[in-house]
Design a protein around this ligand. Sequence first.
Ligand SMILES: C[S@@+](CC[C@H](N)C(=O)[O-])C[C@H]1O[C@@H](n2cnc3c(N)ncnc32)[C@H](O)[C@@H]1O
Length: 312
Amino acid sequence: MPQMRRRTKLIPWQVAGRVTERQDDTDEVVRTTGWVFNNETGGALTLEEFVETGDNEVPVYLQRFGLESEHDETRTLVEIGCGIGRMTCAFTRRFGIVYACDLDGGFLERCRQAVARYGIVSRLRTIEVADGRSLAVPDGRADVVFSYITLQHCDRDDALALLREAVRVARPGGRIALNFRTWSGLDPVLVPVGGLVRALFRVPAIGPWLSRRRLATRLAWQANRLDPHQAVGPIRHRLTDVAIWRNPARTSAPWGVGEARAEHFEGINKAHWWLVARVIEDDLNAAAEAPGGAGVPNRGSSSERRGPSTEP
Ligand SMILES: C[S@@+](CC[C@H](N)C(=O)[O-])C[C@H]1O[C@@H](n2cnc3c(N)ncnc32)[C@H](O)[C@@H]1O
């Protein structure tokens, strides 16, 4: 078996996953590690309330990004970075099959419990992303691939690998909706400090203690920042109907992504952006859209609406 690189970016999640495994029930999990997922803290927070935040967000994103179909009960969704199932419960109520993928097995177990209580568990398939970058899902299986507040927390190369995986597991003509984080405000300080904290996680004397502290963990999450051209550029030839969704405060046209619509709504965190696109149907289209193929300048359109903006 090939030796797996030990990546410090996986540590905060794995530590939270182990804490999760020790709790007696899922309400307790939400109280101790719920902040890991939606930044909400509070001694009284229950799993029901936690899942409700996902119930509110899921329809907004699906509708806003045009991902819904009247046939969703026969369609398949892949969720990259499901955590303990905050959004997965709502996905299983809508889609016939949901592949919930996460690097931590402890989270996946809790995700299954959450879906058993608040979703439709017979529709759930949990997939452990053991190497943090590949999905054990067959090619072309998904109608929709969705990921929220996850790719920003991965190693940059892993985030790009998961983006390629999203394209691989989507069927021809299937949709991807992936959330990324770009540079903002304090990031020039936060990102290097995050790297330092992750390096300290390796120090035997303090690492295990530090990786359980909330502030340290939140800093350690500051893993990568990607702009649309960096993420989308390399796989642009595999995509069509590309839209870059951002907060209306971000008005500059996304560049370096070929023909892409600029879309806006207020529910998106100012530091976030979404890639919403369709995977091309066949190789002919791929050739036409490949780098060097005909491209037209970005055109902007804008629509606004209040919506969710959960951000750990
Ligand atoms: C902030 S949580 C978001 C969970 C969920 N999307 C939500 O909105 O509640 C980020 C999740 O991504 C997972 N994650 C982080 N890096 C990952 C990777 N390389 N591959 C798969 N999952 C990853 C973490 O374990 C965690 O469950």
